[in-house]
Ligand binder design. Structure first.
Ligand code: NAI
Length: 322
């Protein structure tokens, strides 16, 4: 399969590429041809990574090519991991951030539209991920919008791990966790449908509201504070999980979380790229239907979705939705 990774020479790229090449994402029987897209200034660094990839002699790795132009980089892509983005600089307003990222994700959407496989799967990791996915999809009218997703799997994995630690159980015993809304501090990690070892969780509401939700939502900042740079290996691992489940299916009828264009489910306006509880069935993400949403959850989902609607309005005003 042809896999294009943008921001290949960045932190996440360095943690991601070797796992893709080793078969962790698409399995031991799938040969992967990697196409690394970088800014011209970082293309040389990407060449160095290509050399290291070659030196691993992974049986699953086919070719590795480096590009500084999106059009050839996405040509024939079956999977596109859009990691490179413009981070928020000092004093940068949200509008400037959205505009700068529009300058990246609009042309990348057009390049995907021009050359990617008709059934390409796109995962946007670069922040603001949900709105970047919306922008890219808007510039790729020939690709169904649902092929554009944004990553909330890291938030999901953080939520599962925090709960497992709190309950003193292994992570595999935790099911039914969901992330709703934006990949931002407003996200809502929902435990109201969660089961532990197959049994409904007796939810400690005080811990849930005062510790669990803020810990998950602010985990990225806590990692930066401790490590001196942002989460990279865990983000790369979540990207692998997202694509693996999308292609191979979520195991055992379980759900996970991913941000996709809303079909209007759960009161999320149609087209907004929001995180939902999802299953992957026959290679397609499907929003888990019919969950009961209590008043506590409703308020938090609505608050995060309101932020996404504001971001959509802002990029629409900037003319970034075409
Ligand atoms: P980084 O700064 O180490 O690397 C980003 C790379 O992207 C750089 O090498 C840069 O040259 C490249 N780049 C920038 N614009 C590009 C373009 N137009 N085309 C191709 N490459 C381009 O950043 P890092 O740590 O790898 O993070 C990447 C992004 O992922 C950031 O936006 C970060 O906020 C986001 N992120 C998202 C997470 C999520 O859960 N959705 C979790 C962690 C990070």
């Amino acid at each position: 399969m042809r896999v294009t990774v943008t921001g290949a020479a960045g932190q996440i790229g360095y943690a991601l590429l070797f796992r893709i090449a080793s078969g962790a994402m698409l399995g031991a029987d799938t040969r992967v041809d990697l196409r690394l897209l970088e800014l011209p200034a970082a293309a040389r660094a990407a060449e160095g990574i290509a050399m290291e990839l070659q030196d691993c002699a992974f049986p699953t790795l086919g070719t590795v090519d480096v590009f500084d132009d999106a059009v050839p980089a996405f040509d024939g892509a079956e999977i596109a991991l859009l990691v490179g983005s413009r981070p928020r600089g000092p004093g940068m307003e949200r509008r400037d951030l959205l505009e700068a990222n529009g300058g990246i994700f609009a042309p990348q959407g057009r390049a995907l539209n021009a050359g990617a496989a008709a059934d390409v799967r796109v995962l946007v990791v670069g922040n603001p991920a949900n709105t970047n996915a919306l922008i890219a999809a808007a510039h790729a009218p020939d690709i169904p919008a649902e092929r554009f997703t944004a990553m909330t799997r890291l938030d999901h994995n953080r939520a599962v791990a925090q709960l497992a630690a709190h309950e003193s159980v292994p992570v595999h015993q935790v099911s039914g966790v969901a992330i709703w809304g934006n990949h931002s501090a407003t996200q809502y990690p929902d435990l109201t449908h969660t089961r532990v070892d197959g049994r409904p969780l007796g939810l400690d509401r005080g811990w849930y509201a005062d510790e669990f939700i803020p810990t998950v939502a602010k985990r990225g900042a806590a990692i930066i504070e401790a490590r001196g740079s942002s989460s990279a290996a865990s983000a790369a691992s979540a990207a692998i999980d997202h694509v693996r489940d999308w292609v191979a299916g979520t195991p055992g009828g379980e759900w996970t979380s991913a941000a996709l264009p809303s079909d209007g489910s759960y009161g999320v306006p149609e087209g907004v790229v929001s995180s939902f509880p999802v299953r992957s069935v026959a290679g397609e993400w499907r929003i888990v239907p019919g969950l009961e949403i209590d008043a506590f959850s409703r308020e938090r989902i609505d608050a995060s979705v309101a932020e996404l609607v504001e971001e959509r309005n802002a990029v629409r005003e900037l003319g970034l939705l075409g």
